[in-house]
Design a protein around this ligand. Sequence first.
Ligand code: ASP
Length: 334
Amino acid sequence: MLLLTKVVKLNLLDSRRKFLKLFGGTALVGLSPVQLACTPNYNKDALNKPLVIATWNNYKANEAAWEVLQNGGSALDAVEAGARIPEADPNDQSVGYGGLPDREGNVSLDACIMDHLGNAGSVCYLKNIKHPISVARKVMEETPHVILAGDGALAFALEQGFEKENLLSDQAKEKWLDWLKEKNYRPEGNRDQHDTIGILAIDQKGNLAGACTTSGMAYKMQGRVGDSPIIGAGMFVDNEVGAAAATGVGEKVLTTLGSFLVVELMRQGKSPQEACEEAVSRIHRKLKSEENIQVGYVALDKNGRFGAHSIQKGFEYTLFKPETKTKFAASFIQ
Ligand code: ASP
């Protein structure tokens, strides 16, 4: 076994040496042949820069992000500013304050954020804090960890100066009380149930960042965590290649590690649109006939090209780039 490992290592070293020789060594030191073979050549000057793309009709979120980008701010500041808009909006029943609760009436929030250096922060099952995205950013910047959950996340948020508040709005409470009459859980994830925001940006320097924040599936089981706070599932950024974010039934995104998949497909040469289509179809191919669910992705590459795709009709995304500020219907399978 030991011998075999050694032989494999030597072979790898040998091919690496040959590769470096072939392509003129010094400039390529630090990159493995595999990385180079798979990472497309992106233009230094992105075609659309700056740019922000968000899931659903999150126009106001894009406006907030756009202001940061236009003033020369970072993609990271932009996506945080954008995500905070639906978090504070009582009429958005899928995110932050006003979000629909779990079946016990708790509003529990999931969020994550990632920067161009590959740093990430996340909170899950966080209660009573209106801006989980900003707590996620603090996790990224102030702790040695990536994810904080539940009571620990709350204790950390309070320590960081966030205020504890009731997030169950009267409107959401009324809907929940109504739901209790039948207690019928329908994880479908389309527009009428969901506005979870996944927001991706490229700034004037060409750096990428992403954020994702949600109150999760309405009337989920207590303690349920979805895809949104999981780096690589609900959102992923690789500054060499691109970024992606997901919305819809989180269990399907989690089990395919969807956003990571979209970025890796782009790394292999697919456009953002093709990558979203392939990631959606990986889920769609395995759906049982009785499953009537929605999953949608948005993606952005290093050149400022973008794409979006979903299983069902009804998924929209909001795009701001120089000269275009609008909402589009995404393509879909069925
Ligand atoms: N993906 C989120 C979750 O499963 C919900 C959504 O996007 O609507 O928690």
